[in-house]
Design a binder for this molecule. Structure first.
Ligand SMILES: Nc1ncnc2c1ncn2[C@@H]1O[C@H](COP(=O)(O)OP(=O)(O)OP(=O)(O)O)[C@@H](O)[C@H]1O
Ligand SMILES: [Mg+2]
Length: 166
């Protein structure tokens, strides 16, 4: 069974100019441990697809299952639990918390998830992305690439089954 199974996925959103058909019949399987790169022009729907797979946006029709669980049928609470326990996301615009240091941005989500050695795990994740020397910097004091690496460390530190990196 693939880790991610997408079938005939459609996403249509309303706009003042009428409905916009962003995703039109996507089929995709991703195996556990597989790395998939999604390539397409700006505006072609890559972020939209990731948002649906992450459960942050509802599909209009079609199915997405993660580990055999059909996410299109889950309620908001179940989706939030699934995201917390199974999915890591690096957003295109990072979404770091501006008032927290690099270390806090990685460690606090781990603490909230009940990880016992959150601080050590966060330090190791930031070390893995080459940011041991930036632990106490706020996002506003980091370069774009450094912020992106903090976001990456935050996403993989909990060891999610699925890592989505926009
Ligand atoms: N809420 C919305 N209402 C109307 N149109 C939308 C909405 N969200 C996205 N779009 C449109 O859907 C299309 C796909 O957007 P998306 O952000 O998924 O593209 P992308 O492939 O990630 O682009 P980029 O490479 O620039 O990040 C774009 O044309 C965008 O304008
Ligand atoms: Mg995008």
């Amino acid at each position: 069974m693939p880790l991610v199974r997408i079938r005939d996925l459609h996403l249509t959103v309303p706009s003042t100019a009428g409905p916009v058909n962003i995703l039109r019949g996507i089929d995709l399987d991703i195996a556990r441990g597989e790395a998939v790169g999604l390539v397409g022009p700006s505006g072609s729907g890559k972020t939209s697809l990731l948002m649906v797979v992450a459960g942050l946006e509802r599909a209009t029709s079609g199915s997405v299952s993660l580990d055999g669980q059909e996410i299109t049928r889950l309620n908001e609470d179940a989706l939030a639990k699934l995201r917390r326990e199974r999915v890591g996301i690096v957003f295109q615009a990072f979404h770091l918390i501006p008032t927290m240091t690099a270390l806090e941005n990685v460690a606090i989500p781990l603490e909230l998830a009940g990880v016992r050695n959150a601080d050590a795990r966060a330090r190791a994740a930031l070390d893995a992305v080459g940011l041991s020397h930036r632990l106490t910097h706020l996002p506003g004091q980091l370069s774009g690439g450094e912020q992106q690496r903090v976001a990456l460390a935050r996403a993989f530190a909990p060891e999610p089954a699925l890592l989505l990196a926009d």
